[in-house]
Design a protein around this ligand. Structure first.
Ligand SMILES: Nc1ncnc2c1ncn2[C@@H]1O[C@H](COP(=O)(O)OP(=O)(O)O)[C@@H](O)[C@H]1O
Ligand SMILES: [Mg+2]
Length: 268
């Protein structure tokens, strides 16, 4: 019997309850004993605990989970590179630059002078759900933003089209679906902030970018998010712990089932 650990943070657990139960149930039909746990750093220090699993589905966004499991030779979904880069908007920018993938001009906000011109989109490096994404019209507004000191920030050139983005879901290296999100009320199109969603057919340019990023990351299940700049789709971010609510709300495709099939195939 293959045994896996499914990890979420305490904060993320309630709203993912249905998906957690679904993954565990589908695993059971395939002879995989998937056990859910709320993330606790103490677990990672306990090698006996880590070694009692064959794999880990790490939905915490913490790369420390990968480090602990991979040190014991255990497979993680997603792997450490994806978790680390996908949860750091600056590292995502650097990777795209290395691969020649178009991205908006970006700089870190840790130096005195900003190296790009106003206006700016300011984001925490490790934020998600649009909660730590701000608009600053000029350097005065930038200086007055309510930024916490807890994490690093980036400043980015705004895309020509605001309030719109496209997420392409990629599972086992294959694009499985794409969703366009639009907001009439906010420059941020996040679903969790009330963005409208519809199914979308990925463009060949988007698929080329995804191929290049998949070549670098070999991610298992991720979302690749694009924003629209002067008619071209530009990579915005890589969503490591990508959700499933948006997809389930739009089509009959059972991404939980497909994810478990991918895990079963990989662990065979
Ligand atoms: N450079 C940008 N130009 C225009 N809109 C942007 C830009 N960056 C982000 N946005 C908008 O803000 C939303 C949230 O930003 P994002 O980088 O995805 O952060 P989060 O990880 O919090 O979702 C995006 O979905 C997009 O609609
Ligand atoms: Mg986003």
């Amino acid at each position: 019997m293959i045994t896996g650990l499914l990890l979420y943070t305490q904060t993320d657990t309630p709203r993912n309850k249905w998906f957690i139960d679904h993954l565990v149930a589908v695993c059971a039909t395939r002879g995989i004993d998937l056990r859910f746990a709320v993330y606790d750093p103490k677990h990672l220090a306990d090698e006996t605990f880590v070694r009692s699993f064959d794999f880990c589905v790490n939905r915490t966004r913490f790369v420390a989970v990968n480090r602990a499991f991979e040190a014991c030779g255990k497979r993680c979904f997603n792997n450490a590179e994806t978790v680390e880069i996908g949860n750091d908007k600056w590292l995502t920018y650097v990777l795209c630059k290395d691969l020649g993938i178009p991205v908006m001009d970006t700089c870190r906000l840790n130096s005195a002078a900003v190296s790009i011109a106003a206006p700016f989109v300011v984001k925490s490096r490790n934020g998600h759900g649009g909660n730590e994404v701000f608009w600053a019209q000029d350097t005065t507004m930038l200086a007055n933003l309510p930024l916490s000191n807890a994490s690093g920030y980036i400043a980015q050139e705004p895309a020509s089209d605001t309030g719109v983005d496209v997420r392409v879901y990629v599972l086992g290296g294959e694009p499985i679906a794409a969703v366009k999100r639009t907001s009439a009320a906010d420059f941020r199109s996040n679903y969790s902030l009330g963005g409208q969603v519809e199914l979308f057919t990925p463009t060949s340019d988007q698929l080329r970018v995804i191929d290049a990023l998949q070549g670098a990351l070999q991610a298992d299940y991720v979302g690749y998010d694009f924003i629209l700049h002067n008619g071209a789709w530009v990579l915005n971010e890589i969503e490591d712990a990508v959700g499933a609510r948006m997809l389930y709300s739009l089509c009959d495709y059972d991404v939980g089932e497909a994810f478990v099939r991918h895990i079963a195939k990989t662990m065979r």
